[in-house]
Write a new protein. Structure first.
Length: 581
């Protein structure tokens, strides 16, 4: 998988079937001599991984690459072991043989960026039954449209980066083949306390099944080999409603399967998703990676990873899943250049403060970090704040979540607290408006950014989770005359459409009587009005799809594509193309 790419370097991530040496050659046939990087795999829980940084690449170039593997050399070997090419696949019978060569495209210095994003992707098979259950796969169709443009009409321009905003996996709702595999593994559903998760994923080993299933389908495997990716985790990567409230957490911590789930979920997330989010400099400073690669054997490495995952859950300050990426003219630390695009990817799932009297979607340390990254030393043209959960929800839903938080806090008496908590968990009232103080803090931060001495052209809030897509534009209190356009852009799902009844609820939420009732509930509960107003401009849409923001200097536009199915097949078709600023 191609993960982090900048002007002169590229990071590639690998899983191999056994211990070996991995070698990457970039630019063969294009450069006078290919640029190479190599390294040994490291093993945890019986699986083998490598992450390599190829440095010294020419800027603004598109370069093919190859991957070779070699068996580990023995201590008495007279000659180094022979290597064999594994990427691109050598067999003409491979389904991947039809796809174009994988390439690394290094960044331009002109400030242009195409960033595609979305969330929520079930990995049911692509057969008729799988499509009937969860629809066509938007990432599969994105890959096909890039690789095989239609005879009529333009090819889909390749994104510079793909942002995957959570729920890459459904550990609590695995596919039918995975559920069958769990049954064949003879997990005993009659063991006390295990009945609830008999068909759910718990251990690191089982999480590897999910990642293999999700990322190994041929079109997606090619897509992830040629488009850099950024990732965040959300609740289904672990379990539905993860850290919704203190009551939820206290209940789940009493379950006998909880510790295995934490070790499997967060340990595998660090390996499969988090490492690739880091820049080369951050990888060099990653203490856990250094400790694992220096450990003597796989058992020691596995223990290090398990301990880290447990600490990350019990003490969120020991791990930061949030990260920053800069594109265009902005330097890596934001200190010695200007312009360009800054992406601040915010983990709003694992660092929550859940004290009923002092709730926050980000704890103090995480929020201080976000504020520093959103206000870099040098100005940027566009600030992208990525959060798996929307901040600016459909206004009626926002009011209901704020009302529910007040209800559970005892605003209408203690006798309604328990029903309020049950309602919160039943219908997932856990987005930014359900953490009112955090939503207010975020909007005030945006006002400081938009009202600064050189404000960005846009602040774009990129989110998923809600299984529908829409756009909203905000007006921040106290900000007058600023050129900054503030938009909430929500794309969900890649592949997991909303149930019909919930589609009706989403459409009703936009109707005036429903909005008025929700606003009344919030006022009666004495909920403080957020320091901004916003309206849904486009949507909601409910089909599987993908959104792309196209940034060029200080201009910005939005492309929305959804998968349509007709007699001629499945197609990724343009739903919306509009200017944001």
């Amino acid at each position: 998988m191609l993960r982090h790419v900048d002007a002169t370097s590229a990071t590639l991530w690998f899983e191999t079937s056994g211990p070996c040496t991995v070698c990457v050659e970039v630019g063969g046939g294009v450069l006078d001599a290919p640029v190479t990087a190599s390294g040994s795999t490291w093993g945890v829980h019986g699986h083998h991984y490598a992450i390599l940084v190829v440095r010294g690449l020419p800027e603004a170039s598109e370069l093919p690459y190859r991957v070779h593997l070699a068996e580990p050399a023995g201590p008495d070997a007279a000659h180094p072991p022979a290597s064999r090419r594994v990427w691109p696949p050598a067999s003409p019978d491979s389904e991947l043989a039809a796809f174009p060569p994988s390439t690394v495209r290094t960044a331009h210095a002109d400030g242009k960026l195409r960033l595609a994003f979305g969330s929520c992707r079930r990995s049911e098979p692509l057969d008729a039954a799988g499509v009937a259950a969860v629809g066509p796969d938007a990432l599969v169709e994105l890959a096909h449209r890039m690789a095989f443009p239609p005879a009529q009409g333009p090819a889909l321009e390749r994104p510079d980066v793909l942002l995957m905003l959570g729920d890459q996996l459904y550990a609590d709702e695995p596919s039918a083949p995975i559920r069958e595999r769990l049954r064949q593994a003879r997990r005993d559903p009659d063991v006390a306390g295990q009945e609830e998760v008999a068909e759910e994923i718990c251990t690191f080993e089982e999480y590897t099944w999910l990642y293999t299933e999700s990322w190994s389908v041929a079109p997606v495997r090619w897509l992830l080999s040629t488009v850099p990716t950024c990732m965040l985790l959300d609740d289904h990567d672990l379990r539905d409603d993860w850290n919704t409230s203190q009551a939820w957490r206290e209940e789940v911590r009493r379950q006998p399967w909880f510790d295995d789930r934490v070790r499997g979920a967060l340990g595998s997330y660090w390996v499969y998703q988090h490492l690739g989010n880091l820049s080369p400099a951050e990888l060099d400073r990653e203490e856990l990676l250094a400790a694992i690669t220096a450990a003597d054997d796989d058992d020691a490495r596995s223990t290090l990873l398990d301990d880290y995952a447990e600490r990350a859950d019990s003490d969120p300050d020991t791990a930061r899943w949030s990260y920053v990426r800069d594109f265009g003219r902005t330097s890596a630390d934001g200190s010695d250049a200007h312009g360009g695009v800054r992406l601040v990817a915010v983990d709003c799932r694992c660092s929550r403060r859940l004290d009923p009297g002092d709730r926050a979607i980000l704890d103090d340390a995480e929020w201080e970090w976000v504020q520093r990254q959103a206000q870099p030393g040098a100005p940027v043209d566009h600030l992208l704040l990525a959060s798996t959960l929307p901040a600016l929800m459909v206004p009626a839903f926002s009011d209901v979540e704020a009302w529910n938080e007040a209800l559970v806090a005892g605003r209408w008496g203690r006798w309604l607290q328990r029903p309020g908590e049950a309602l919160r968990q039943a219908v997932d009232l856990e987005h930014w408006p359900a953490f009112g103080s955090s939503l207010h803090d975020l909007l005030r931060l945006l006002a400081r950014v938009a009202g600064g001495p050189r404000p960005p052209a846009t602040v774009l809030l990129l989110s998923g989770d809600v299984h529908c897509s829409y756009t909203a534009r905000a007006q921040l209190d106290g900000v007058v005359g600023s050129p900054t356009a503030v938009h909430q852009l929500v794309m969900s799902p890649f592949r997991n459409p909303l149930k019909p009844a919930l589609r009706v609820a989403n459409r009703l939420a936009g109707q005036a009587p429903v909005r008025a009732l929700a606003a009344l509930l919030a006022r009666v509960a004495r909920v403080e009005r957020p320091p901004a107003t916003w309206e849904v401009e486009e949507g909601p849409w409910f089909d599987n799809g993908v959104m792309t923001v196209v940034l060029d200097g200080r201009s910005a536009r939005l492309e929305v594509d959804h998968v349509r199915v007709d007699r001629s097949g499945r197609w990724l078709r343009r739903t919306l193309h509009r200017t944001l600023v």
